[in-house]
Design a binder for this molecule. Structure first.
Ligand SMILES: *[C@@H]1O[C@H](CO)[C@@H](O)[C@H](O)[C@H]1NC(C)=O
Ligand SMILES: *[C@@H]1O[C@H](CO)[C@@H](O)[C@H](O)[C@H]1NC(C)=O
Ligand SMILES: *[C@@H]1O[C@H](CO)[C@@H](O)[C@H](O)[C@H]1NC(C)=O
Ligand SMILES: *[C@@H]1O[C@H](CO)[C@@H](O)[C@H](O)[C@H]1NC(C)=O
Ligand SMILES: *[C@@H]1O[C@H](CO)[C@@H](O)[C@H](O)[C@H]1NC(C)=O
Length: 379
């Protein structure tokens, strides 16, 4: 790569900012306190026109990143003439150079990152939701640990989910060797087993560059929306560590799940999930100077990521991944902190429900209404 020669040039000119070619972190005062609360407001914008997924004309329900070069649009960049005058570089090499130059040329309140946001492969809870149907799953089956045949508390991957990971691994292997896609420089994962295993099976044993090893970090903030269902309860830290010895944990990661309240009938509100997502995104952008970031997580969590990043809604099937080029700018001091409740009671039934109605909740049979159900309707 040409980058190494550019690096020595830039390190002489970038002065006290100590910005390096290939890095995005120009923010010299880290806008986060030790307790994780932002001391700055960060404005995120998805820069459109680079990936098919950010184009409203692309149909998310049929799109497959593995057959479309990750959705990277065939186009030219303003830096092509300088970087690739003889037309010898791949689309990804030219895009990478362009992104690096955006970081080189931007002011010190801004930075650009490319996020690869992956949804885990199919888990036993996904299969069970299809098998029982969503109303029965949400109001009854999802509250149990399993059905005697399969377990879905902190669900593992089904054979179909494992095959999706094999497909993702094969895609990355080909993209690295043929398309010269930049390997991620940082890897983050949800603490839920289905995502951590997906990250492992996707990236373990890939021919990655020496300076970009697969060194995943588990962050609590990247877990799925915390419903009362047991698939959203996480395992103990020590159990995760035993299963995936190469994963590291963010500082302060607790042994026991500090968040799930399903046994009290309470789930995380959508507002709280969005707030948590903004916090974890602020941490990544404030603490990680790398540009190319892999995040392996969940459908609900990714939809909140996209909301925070100003990306259009793009819903993913299991095993799918959405990329985004994001600009983050420090736009002011700490925002207002909200005191809105983070958790609220969710309705359930004591046996399989009649149905559930969007916005109303479970419709239990008259003999099976749970005594304490918050919004359950008795049919
Ligand atoms: C950006 O640079 C200016 C001038 O060097 C400095 O005053 C300011 O604190 C820097 N901003 C950030 C976020 O580091
Ligand atoms: C972020 O900045 C863009 C302009 O760059 C603006 O349109 C948008 O409203 C801002 N978003 C927030 C949440 O402040
Ligand atoms: C983009 O370019 C590649 C390589 O030249 C080609 O195989 C592919 O069909 C092109 N895709 C589109 C959508 O034009
Ligand atoms: C449990 O659920 C799975 C679908 O996830 C299904 O194949 C299996 O038959 C169910 N077991 C029982 C005992 O109903
Ligand atoms: C991924 O899984 C393999 C096989 O279980 C294990 O040997 C390896 O340590 C795991 N990788 C990480 C980073 O934990």
């Amino acid at each position: 790569m040409k980058a190494s020669s550019v690096l020595s040039f830039l390190s002489l000119t970038s002065g006290s900012l100590a910005w390096e070619w290939g890095k995005s972190g120009k923010w010299d005062s880290k806008p986060l306190k030790a307790n994780g609360h932002s001391t700055a407001t960060i404005n995120y914008t998805t820069i459109t026109g680079f990936f098919q997924q950010d184009d409203p004309a692309t149909d998310a329900s049929t799109f497959d990143y593995t057959t479309s070069n990750f959705g990277l649009i065939n186009r030219t960049y303003p830096t092509d003439a300088q970087f690739d005058p003889h037309n010898r570089r791949t689309q990804w090499e030219r895009f990478a150079y362009y992104v690096d130059s955006l970081n080189r040329d931007c002011d010190n309140n801004s930075q650009y990152k490319v996020l690869f946001m992956a949804r885990h492969g199919e888990g036993y809870h996904n299969a069970a939701e299809s098998y029982y149907g969503t109303p029965a799953w949400n109001c009854y089956w999802g509250l149990l640990d399993g059905n005697g045949t399969v377990t879905w508390r902190d669900a593992r991957l089904t054979p179909a989910g494992l095959a999706q990971c094999t497909k993702a691994h094969a895609f990355w292997a080909r993209a690295l060797s043929e398309s010269h896609i930049p390997a991620p420089q940082s890897y983050y994962s949800s603490p839920l087993i289905r995502s951590a295993i997906t990250a492992n099976l996707t990236f373990d044993d890939l021919p990655l560059p020496r300076d970009r090893p697969f060194a995943p970090v588990i962050k609590e903030g990247f877990r799925e929306g915390i419903s009362i269902r047991t698939c959203d309860a996480r395992s103990d830290r020590s159990a995760i560590a035993e299963l995936l010895p190469g994963f590291r944990f963010e500082t302060g990661f607790a042994e026991h799940d500090p968040l799930w309240r399903g046994d009290e009938g309470e789930g995380e509100t959508a507002e709280a999930q969005l707030r948590r997502t903004r916090e974890v995104m602020d941490e990544v952008f404030a603490q990680d100077a790398n540009t190319w970031i892999s995040i392996t997580t969940h459908s609900g969590q990714i939809s909140k990521n996209l909301q925070v990043l100003g990306h259009r809604a793009f819903s993913l099937s299991t095993g799918q991944v959405v990329p985004a080029l994001v600009r983050a700018r420090i736009v002011g001091g700490a925002g207002t902190t909200t005191t809105a409740p983070g958790f609220t009671a969710e309705a359930t039934c004591k046996a399989t429900p009649v149905t559930s109605i969007s916005g109303q909740g479970c419709v239990c049979g008259s003999m099976t209404a749970a005594a304490a159900a918050a919004t359950a309707t008795v049919a």
